[in-house]
Each structure stands twice: as C-alpha cells, then as structure tokens.
Design a protein around this ligand. Structure first.
Ligand code: ZN
Length: 339
C-alpha cells in the first residue's frame, strides 16, 4: 500500500478566489459584516397589571414579568441605560366585559403606564398594542355578533377610540394588532380628528394565526374563551396574501409595518422589505420563539447568548429594521459587554 499523496490536480490554482481570506481574523470579520445588531434595534414588550409593587413572573416565559405601573419607572431607566429605546405596552385590565370597556378608559392601566413611562424617561419611545382581546371577557379581538364572529366595521370605531386614548396619554406610536380590515385607516382618521397628528401607526400588517403565541396568552391573559383567531389572522401557508395586507395598510397610512411571528416567516419579512423599502419594518420575535430558546438553554442544550444573538441577527438580516423581542434586555447587556 502506498501512503496518500496530495494530488496536484486538487490544489487551487494561483490567483484562485478564496473567500476565507476575509474570515481569517475577528477584525477582518468585523470589517466585512453585513448585518449589525444594536440595542437600539430592539423593542421591549411590557405587560402592565393593576395594583402596586407587583412583579408577577410568567412561568412559560422565564425572565419576563407582569409589572404594576409603579414598577415601570425603574424598568424604563434600566432599558434606557442599556441603549434600548422603545417599549411595546400590553395592558391587563382590572375588569373585562364583552365590549372591552377598560381599553379606552382615561385611567386604564395602559393609559396610566404611558404617563408613568413618559414621566420617568421622556426620551423612551412608548408604543402601545391596540386591540380588544386583552380587555374582552370572551378574549376575542373585536365586538362579536350573535354567533360569536368578530364584527369588522363595528370594531373599527372601538380601535380608533383606544388609539386616541393612548395618544392623549402620550404614546408616541400605536400598534394595531387585531388584523381587522380597515384598522389603520380608521385609527389614522380618529387620531387626526383629535389633533393627534404626530402619533405614528406601527401596523401589525402581517400577523399569522400562529401556535407560537401560546406563552403570550399566559402573559397577557388574553386567550379566547372559545374558537380561535383564524377568521382574522393569516393562514401560515400564505405569503402572497401578506403583500396584499401590507399594501392595504400602506395605502391606509401606516407609518411602519410589522410581521409576526418572525422565525417561521423570514421569507415574508424579506418580501415585505423588498416591496416597501421606504417604510420601517419590524418583526416580532414572539413568546413561543423566546420560550423555545429559554427552555433549551435551561436544559444546557443551547448556548443561550450565542443562540439569541444569532436569532436576532437572522431577523435583521432577513430585512427587519426593528425586532420586538423579550430577549431585548439580555441581548443589549451582551452587546454592551462585547461579543
Ligand atoms: Zn387581539
């Protein structure tokens, strides 16, 4: 037997192209990196509950807590210190009814939260979720007809009233999430009629009926009491329809767009980015995506820090400017301390 001899025929020719040259050192890799990840790319969701001095851990989302309004100032200062410049507020009301009455109350939990955050950190961007599902006793995203179906046009007026109440409390951005047809136009008209021209609309333009919202429903206490949301949220099988949804929201006056969830829908993020390059695009790294990484990391199956930064980079690489993520504080901490 002869020992193996490298074959000259397999060697690369002089002048051959070698992409590895630019991967040789960390400095070279930094120099040619295409996608950046900064704390200012993140939006931290916050769940606000009535009461005082409350921090309720959410068992399916380790590290995430429901907070009472008096706890928000500290949270805001912590986020700003980490370089995270925006929050997305969800409220859990003290009482629910079929009409979601507390959703637009001047002293509702979200309206109080907006004022508390703005008092504590005026520079923090406060965005608010605008939907009825956290406020209705049936847990659906709108008013219901006799058969339990979500009424579309009747719900629009309520959504506009919710957005106005958030704008009056000082919200910078309202984010309608119910996938109700015409919601962006109705909210824009309502805000403008009240002189709230500077309140921006970040539309959940493309929101799929996803299994990955499970842990969120514990956090926001908004699971539907019957049925599901497939009559208004999109079928996970559809991508072309997403462009139709986005086009309508842009026509209705959306200032920025969102795709939700993120990880299973990176192709949709990419195609929305390409169709509307002029509008900021957010992607929502949802509760189930968060819970998967946390559970695997807790078992020692994943390196949490590396996995989280890779996930967030992947969402940015697909085309998202902003990432709404429960990892925001951890990721910002890791980015501040260097990779
Ligand atoms: Zn909803």
């Amino acid at each position: 037997m002869t020992s193996f001899q490298p074959l000259d025929a397999l060697r690369m020719a002089p002048g051959a192209k070698r992409p590895r040259r630019l991967r040789r050192t960390a400095a070279l890799r930094d120099l040619v990196r295409e996608t950046t990840l900064e704390p200012s790319d993140f939006v931290q969701p916050l769940f606000v509950v009535p009461g005082d001095d409350i921090r309720n851990p959410i068992s399916s989302m380790p590290g995430v807590e429901q907070l009472s309004v008096d706890r928000l100032a500290g949270e805001a200062r912590e986020l700003v210190a980490l370089g995270v410049k925006a929050v997305l507020l969800f409220g859990i009301p003290s009482a629910k009814d079929s009409h979601g009455s507390e959703s637009c109350a001047e002293d509702g939990v979200v309206q109080q939260a907006i004022r508390a955050l703005k008092d504590a950190s005026p520079e923090l961007v406060v965005a608010t979720d605008v939907c009825m599902c956290e406020y209705t006793d049936h847990g659906h995203c709108g008013l219901l007809d006799a058969e339990g179906g979500v009424l579309n046009d009747e719900t629009l007026e309520v959504l506009a009233r919710i957005a106005i109440s958030h704008g009056e409390a000082g919200a910078d951005v309202v984010a309608p999430s119910g996938m109700i047809d015409g919601m962006v136009g109705a909210i824009r008209a309502g805000l403008d009629a009240e002189g709230l021209h500077s309140v921006a609309i970040l539309s959940y333009a493309v929101k799929y009926a996803s299994a990955f919202y499970g842990p969120f429903r514990e956090a926001a206490e908004g699971a539907p009491m019957f049925g599901d949301r497939r009559s208004h949220q999109m079928d996970p099988a559809n991508a072309r329809e997403a462009l139709r949804e986005v086009t309508l929201d842009v026509e209705e006056g959306a200032d920025a767009l969102m795709v939700k969830p993120a990880l299973g829908y990176l192709d949709v993020v990419r195609s929305v980015r390409e169709r509307f390059p002029e509008l900021p695009l957010a992607a929502y790294n949802v509760s189930g995506e968060y819970a998967m990484v946390k559970a695997a990391a807790a078992n020692g199956w994943l390196d949490e820090r590396a996995a989280v930064l890779e996930v967030l980079t992947g969402i940015r690489r697909a085309g998202a400017d902003l990432v709404v993520t429960y990892h925001a504080k951890d990721a910002a901490t890791w980015l501040q301390s260097g990779r």
